[in-house]
Design a protein around this ligand. Structure first.
Ligand SMILES: Nc1ncnc2c1ncn2[C@@H]1O[C@H](COP(=O)(O)OP(=O)(O)O)[C@@H](O)[C@H]1O
Ligand SMILES: [Mg+2]
Length: 581
């Protein structure tokens, strides 16, 4: 379901890391500025540690009154300047992190727009939503928290180390001699984090999936009083995600103390050795305390750097899932050298077309011709392959054997944009966007004038009911058009097709879900729409297609009979049985 996929979370870290870095390229000037701010933060942190020596040796030990008035001012100024640089650093790094994520989200969305029907049938909506939002957000955390930390904390640490070494290099050696030991837990927790993070992202994808599905299907849940079951299943997903997150929290919470403990061993050794040298009079208390301050202050960057690896691994697991999606090539796209379809003029031909979704052949050897202006109809038992057949024309799926030609040109050599631009499709289930009636009608031609929109609505028998709506054409129809009846939705989708004004029209059981009265209205609207167009019509009520120029009877993926209504009746085959039954 959630498809972590092979490779995700494997040994692909450095590659993903490099790929994430590429997204930072446009932000280099800002990174340079941020780097400058980080240097400022580090410098003033170091200055503070250095000042401790003056506080002790000059003020406390020598009792220098002038220093007593000077030093507090200097300390305040130090913190003020450090604060300014800190603000700049946080702002800039936040900008970069959010910016990269905005770019990446945009890229994911653009990529999704290129994907074909097959892709959407195998990738649940919630999973895609989760990758576009959750995974991308997790990566943002990595970029702005971890990268900031990587740069700023290492600079600060280096500065503080400088102070430590400057004060007493022998003490420094003792204090940091144990540091390499700290690398071991850091690596260990990092690897673990990558695994946990991948699993938790899979879990949130499943959770999002279940959520989107049950929100969309709320009516079915209520009609079948399945609320308790839905609640239970959601609770299970929810709990699972909670547990994965707690594992993450655990791994995070473990790293800092482990690293700190190791560092503390070194510090304690330095305190013991340093203390004994102060007692022996070889070291001033000021030097020692300045050393100790720098040492203690270097704890925080060390701790953060220790967590960093873990944070980065977490982000890289999310990055792997995003890149996996981005790398999935669109199944159907323009081929090299694809040409624009000239305005359709002569004929559509299916030349022994065969097609299958998976193993089993769904269409076998289908041959047919529709000349410009003709209406051809498809009838036959449900599941015979009629919808599949007409879906091949706009290349929702690609023909596997044989070819479909438009005016003699194989549709696979055309650009998708020009091909689909000449085809209007009214399907069985209409989809309306949660916007105004006007915008829904003008969806295929946003530049249409008010007069054109009204004319389309009139031709679709929709104008009367639209005018009666509270806000007329400005009425918002609700998600998927919930505020309208089935027949009203259908008529709006016909108006949309009329306004598109394409030469080729596909009507797939456009009236099957309607009551008799609205069917009559919709049927009349369709008759307007078909005038002067080449029409492919699938009808389950045979009364509606008797005027068609040719009727194809489709059964088991083959065309078993073809002819006019009268010819087919005379033949006494499947058509006649369907007509009479
Ligand atoms: N997306 C799909 N993936 C796999 N099989 C499909 C898909 N869509 C339809 N089918 C199968 O293809 C066959 C033909 O379906 P369809 O073209 O919808 O028939 P009709 O429109 O004549 O009722 C059916 O057996 C159906 O189960
Ligand atoms: Mg169908």
């Amino acid at each position: 379901m959630s498809g972590g996929g092979p490779g995700a979370g494997g040994a692909t870290g450095p590659e993903e890391f490099r790929r994430v870095l590429r997204y930072l390229r446009p932000y280099i000037p800002r990174m340079v500025a941020a780097g400058f701010c980080m240097l400022g933060v580090a410098a003033f942190t170091g200055v503070f540690a250095l000042l401790i020596k003056n506080v002790l040796d000059d003020v406390f030990i020598r009792g220098d009154r002038f220093m007593l008035t000077l030093i507090p001012g200097v300390i305040l100024a130090t913190f003020f300047l450090k604060g300014l640089f800190y603000y700049g650093q946080q702002y800039l790094m936040g900008f970069i992190g959010q910016g990269v994520i905005r770019d990446l989200r945009g890229e994911v969305y653009d990529h999704l727009q290129e994907m074909d029907l097959r892709f959407y049938q195998t990738h649940p909506t919630g999973n895609l939503v989760s990758r576009t939002l959750n995974d991308v957000n997790l990566l943002k955390e990595t970029i702005d928290t971890s990268f900031t930390s990587l740069l700023s904390d290492s600079i600060t640490l280096v500065t503080l180390l400088g102070v430590v070494v400057y004060r007493d290099w022998k003490l420094a050696l003792i204090a940091f001699g144990v540091a390499p030991l700290a690398l071991w837990p850091i690596r260990l927790f990092g690897q673990r984090m990558k695994q946990i993070s991948r699993r938790s992202q899979e879990t949130i994808a499943d959770l999002t999936d279940f959520l989107t599905e049950s929100l969309a299907g709320h009516r079915v849940i209520q009609a079948f009083t399945a609320e308790a079951r839905a609640r239970e299943r959601f609770a299970a997903h929810n709990q699972l995600y909670f547990r994965k997150l707690m594992k993450k929290t655990q791994a995070r919470a473990f790293t800092s103390p482990t690293v700190e403990m190791i560092v503390a061993v070194g510090a304690v050794a330095a305190v013991y050795y340093g203390g004994s040298r102060v007692i022996a009079g070889e070291l001033t208390p000021g030097t020692f305390f300045s050393f100790l301050t720098a040492l203690i202050m270097s704890y925080q960057p060390i701790r953060k750097l220790g967590n960093l690896h873990v944070g980065i691994q977490e982000g890289l697991a999310a990055a792997a899932r995003i890149f996996q999606l981005l790398d999935e090539p669109p199944g159907i796209c323009d081929r090299a050298g694809a040409t624009e379809l000239a305005p359709f003029a002569r004929e559509v031909r299916f030349e022994s077309v065969s097609f299958r979704y998976e193993e089993e052949w769904i269409l076998r050897d289908v041959a047919l011709t529709a000349r410009a202006g003709e209406t051809v109809a498809f009838v036959g038992p449900s599941g015979g392959g009629k919808t599949t057949l007409v879906h091949l024309l706009p290349r929702f799926y690609e023909v596997e054997e044989g070819a479909i030609t438009l005016d003699g040109v194989d549709i696979r050599t055309l650009t998708l944009h020009s091909l689909r631009g000449q085809i209007a499709l009214v399907g069985q289930d209409t989809f309306l966007f949660n916007t105004t009636v006007r915008d829904n009608i003008a969806y295929g031609r946003p530049a249409a004038t008010e007069a054109e929109i009204v004319a389309a609505a009139q031709a679709a028998n929709a104008h009367t009911f639209v005018s009666a709506l509270p806000n007329g054409y400005d009425t918002v129809v609700g998600e998927q058009g919930v505020r309208l009846s089935g027949g009203q939705k259908q008529r709006l989708s016909i108006a949309r097709a009329i306004l598109k004004d394409a030469p080729i029209l596909i009507l797939d059981e456009a009236t099957s879900a309607l009551d008799t009265e609205s069917e009559a209205l919709v049927q009349e609207a369709l008759t307007h729409l078909m005038v002067g167009r080449t029409t492919f019509v699938i009808a389950h009520r045979l009364s509606t297609i008797q005027q068609a120029d040719r009727i194809y009877v489709v059964d088991g993926g083959r065309i078993v009979e073809a002819g006019s209504h009268a010819e087919l009746l005379a033949r006494a085959g499947l058509y006649r049985r369907l007509y009479e039954g």
